[in-house]
Design a binder for this molecule. Structure first.
Ligand code: NAP
Length: 209
């Protein structure tokens, strides 16, 4: 399977490229300014920037590639009709770390009993979008609207706490990503399952687990 890796020199891309190759995929990296001529590739994996990713995905779908999108802050719904029209899969996960998917699932279960929740998401200072895609996806799964607090500081990678308060008690569900290797198994799973998904948009690793 031939893969176009968009953002191969970024923090995530640098880890993903070798990991995809180790699984036997033929990978070609595309960086900022590289002409996106990808006809003949099977799929694209995009970890770039919110500003670049929409156009990247649009161009890849138009050249009949399936797309795995990791870049957050993209209006994926607006790209769904194009994916469907081209008979291609657009898979987006706000978080490719399996532990984070479990955190969201556990928070949803807990909120059925402790509906008053707030979310704190903490990321490295170069993360451009706030709140994070994971925090927004978590909030959407809770019973009541949960306020989101964003922290951007050096030293952090990607972390999130869901605080669920009740009379005389607090339940904290926390997930920490310490390195970009955390995203590799989720991306490999998404690439592997592309052929099993219906054309159009699928959101979240939950759909694959
Ligand atoms: P990063 O280190 O800033 O890397 C982004 C890379 O994309 C850079 O090398 C950048 O090049 C390149 N780029 C910019 N415009 C491009 C274009 N038009 N075509 C191809 N490449 C382009 O960021 P990162 O930490 O790797 O994260 C990338 C994105 O993934 C962010 O949006 C982040 O929030 C998201 N993310 C999602 C998950 C998830 O699980 N869903 C996990 C981690 C990160 P320049 O340096 O030249 O600009």
């Amino acid at each position: 399977m031939r893969l176009a890796l968009l953002g191969h020199e970024g923090k995530v891309g640098r880890v993903l490229g070798p990991a995809l190759e180790a699984e036997g995929y033929e990978v070609r990296g595309f960086g900022r300014g590289d002409p996106l001529e990808v006809a003949g590739f099977d799929a694209a994996v995009d970890f770039t920037t919110p500003a670049a990713a929409t156009e990247n995905v649009r161009r890849c779908l138009e050249q009949d590639l399936h797309c795995v999108l990791g870049t957050s802050g993209v209006d994926v719904e607006s790209l769904a009709p194009l994916a469907e029209g081209r008979g291609r899969v657009l898979f987006y996960a706000p978080n490719f770390a399996l532990g984070a998917v479990l955190m969201m699932r556990f928070a949803e279960q807990a909120a059925a009993y402790l509906p008053r929740a707030e979310i704190i998401e903490l990321h490295h200072e170069s993360k451009r979008d706030a709140p994070s895609g994971t925090a927004k996806a978590t909030a959407a799964r809770l019973v009541e609207r949960a306020p989101i607090h964003s922290v951007r500081l050096p030293g952090l990678v990607a972390h999130q706490e869901v605080l669920l308060g009740g009379e005389g008690q607090l339940l904290t569900i926390r997930h920490d990503t310490f390195s970009r290797e955390a995203f590799v198994p989720g991306v490999l799973l998404a690439v592997e399952k592309l052929g099993t998904l219906p054309p159009g948009l699928t959101v979240g690793l939950d759909a694959l687990l």
